[in-house]
Design a protein around this ligand. Sequence first.
Ligand code: IMP
Ligand code: MG
Length: 198
Amino acid sequence: MPPSTAHNLPRHRLKRLFSARRIERRVAALAAEIAGNTPRGELVIVAILKGSYVFLADLARHLANHDIHLVVDFLGLSSYGGNTTSSGSVTVRQDISVPLQGKTVLLMDDILDTGLTLTCGVALLKKHGARAVRTCVLLDKPARRRIPVTADHVGFTVDDGFVVGYGLDYDNHYRHLPYIAELITQRRSTGARQGVRS
Ligand code: IMP
Ligand code: MG
């Protein structure tokens, strides 16, 4: 059952996929992986808003345990609006505000779905003069890809369903959940269930 019914979302339930403990362990492992690829110990992290704010907060603190010196910035990109399907075009809502000229940058997002957002983000960082751009996503949904892009670091691979929690939202709901769940819609009349397509 959803934690709260004080909203106007279609009737649905949440099916838990990854517990907070499992995410914590995986994010720690990702930080070790990234630190191993950052020989000079300095990194600019650019997190795509809004979905990656929780992932960034956890990953950044794990990177501190590996003595990585971080500069953090945000990129506001939007492709979904309030829907569960990509609109097919990416809007830049907030641009970079730190110098990237000659820097190695790690671009992070909550989920790699069609690939439009990450591709647009990488192009923007290069336009800002980044020397090298690496990418890191918590979730990868390869079944939905429209652009053949892969991320350098991936937390978990998921099937083709709509997921929420740990920063991921459904019309800005559920970002605060400490776990990740699939959102399954339920038809009112029959009680039949349907995974939301994204
Ligand atoms: P892409 O541009 O289609 O790769 O989508 C990336 C963006 O779409 C992510 O940053 C998310 O904000 C959003 N998104 C894609 N799939 C999901 C999902 O299952 N749940 C919530 N947001 C999603
Ligand atoms: Mg997002």
